[in-house]
Design a protein around this ligand. Structure first.
Ligand SMILES: Cc1cc2nc3c(=O)[nH]c(=O)nc-3n(C[C@H](O)[C@H](O)[C@H](O)COP(=O)(O)OP(=O)(O)OC[C@H]3O[C@@H](n4cnc5c(N)ncnc54)[C@H](O)[C@@H]3O)c2cc1C
Length: 401
């Protein structure tokens, strides 16, 4: 299978996901978006249907309890799943559980996998990733202040975090904490598993984001750890491995986001094209206006560029590389295209684009955060340019292969 010529079995699987989306997800979006008790019950029903259909946890391989086989395959499936905000939860490949599941699969001990990974994959528990702190820059995690100190056979954790997405209703979090303040900066931190029923863990509030407080999975929470005690064995990998594991988590996590954005962009694009043909202004369809034609042509080119960059990065990850440049490149570029395409689609729809009569208003609000979470644009541009310039400084060149 290559990025441009997926094998027929994968195309069948993608068609199966598309049919499921059309039959079960799109018609239920308005009900799911209400985020009330009825929405929760409906979500459980849809998850059971997706599981029964064998389209479950497609980000993880069979040995970890999923149904996936690699990044390239997942990119092509996620392009369909990403079209609806809610679908990632339906197929049990939602952020942040997907990234947490991957690091537990890669770095967890057998006990950690049994206790923490298995319920995630089975869909009976959710989790969160607790790194960012309000007091210091999240873009520079070497400055994080939360500490974990060994006391006998226990870690004692103290700290204050925010934007711990999905913490409301989660069974556990993975907490980034300083465990060796005297080590070199990238060996100072560890990732520690903290069940939410541990004394000293406190969920302070769900932070409203652009006017949306969220519920359960869709929350972004402020949390505090005060003398939280967990067993020494709850550390992932070795103490000091926090950044190494974060890199493994954030690389895939970023490309998972981008794959979903591809779905969002394409949906916005389709809405823009259909409405441009349908809406009459000044005696003819909007589609006859050159400004609109430019938006459509620019969007088509940019979306396809994002797809190809994503498939290229996915292939390199499948081949065992870290694809650091490729992942950073696609993270900032796709975040911009996502925002621009949705913005153009809203503009073509006029006032209707801001109402709940189309999915565009919700998509627009969600898209803005893409330029900030998992590293702001500026940091990814810095990573890309530093790596490219280093090649030149070392007497080499940068190859686009
Ligand atoms: C919707 C959402 C969900 C999130 N979910 C999670 C989560 O689940 N877990 C978690 O731990 N965190 C989460 N975050 C937090 C996110 O990862 C951080 O917001 C991000 O890393 C930036 O950190 P900061 O907000 O502290 O901004 P800062 O680090 O204070 O940066 C502020 C701004 O400064 C600029 N800047 C920063 N560094 C540089 C640089 N080197 N060069 C030039 N300009 C720079 C950028 O424009 C940046 O936007 C989430 C954020 C959002 C919006």
């Amino acid at each position: 299978m290559t990025a441009l010529a997926p094998d027929p079995a994968l195309l069948d699987r993608r068609a199966q996901v598309r049919a499921f989306m059309e039959e079960h997800v799109y018609p239920n979006e308005p009900a799911l978006a209400r985020e009330d008790d009825a929405a929760d019950a409906l979500m459980q029903e849809l998850r059971a249907q997706a599981k029964a259909a064998g389209i479950w946890a497609p980000h993880l391989p069979a040995e970890a309890g999923g149904t996936g086989s690699g990044f390239l395959e997942y990119a092509l499936l996620n392009e369909e799943i990403g079209r609806s905000t809610w679908a990632q939860l339906v197929f049990n490949c939602q952020a942040p559980d997907a990234g947490n599941g991957e690091i537990l699969h890669l770095f967890g001990t057998e006990e950690q996998k049994e206790r923490f990974l298995r319920p995630l994959v089975e869909g009976t528990a959710r989790s969160f990733f607790s790194m960012t702190e309000p007091e210091v820059s999240g873009a520079d995690p070497t400055a994080l202040r939360t500490t974990a100190v060994l006391d006998g056979d226990e870690w004692v954790i103290d700290g204050h975090k925010w934007f711990s997405s999905s913490a409301e209703g989660a069974a556990f979090g993975i907490v980034m904490a300083v465990t060796d303040p005297d080590a070199e900066p990238h060996r100072r931190m560890s990732q520690i598993l903290v069940p939410t029923d541990t004394p000293g863990y406190e969920l302070i509030r769900a932070i409203p984001v652009l006017g949306h407080a969220g519920r359960g999975w869709s929350t972004h929470c402020e949390v505090r750890y005060t003398g939280v005690r967990v067993p020494r064995d709850n550390v992932l990998g070795e103490p000091g491995d926090g950044f190494r594991i974060a890199q493994k988590r954030l690389g895939p996590g970023r490309i998972h986001h981008v794959m979903r954005w591809l779905g969002q962009m394409q949906r916005a694009f389709e809405l823009m094209c259909s409405y441009a043909l349908e809406r009459e202004v000044g005696g003819g369809p909007l589609a006859d206006r050159q400004t609109v034609q430019n938006w459509i042509a620019d969007s088509a080119a940019e979306i396809q560029a994002c797809r190809l960059l994503t498939l290229d990065a996915a292939r390199k990850l499948d081949e065992g590389g870290e694809a650091r440049v490729e992942v950073s490149l696609i993270k900032f570029y796709a975040a911009r295209v996502l925002n621009e395409v949705i913005d153009r689609a809203v503009q073509v729809h006029g006032a209707r684009g801001l109402t709940d009569e189309t999915p565009l208003g919700h998509m627009y609000a969600m898209a803005r955060a893409a330029r900030i979470y998992d590293g702001p644009d500026e940091v990814h541009k810095m990573v890309v340019s530093r790596r490219i310039l280093k090649e030149f400084a070392d007497g080499g060149t940068y190859r686009f292969d």
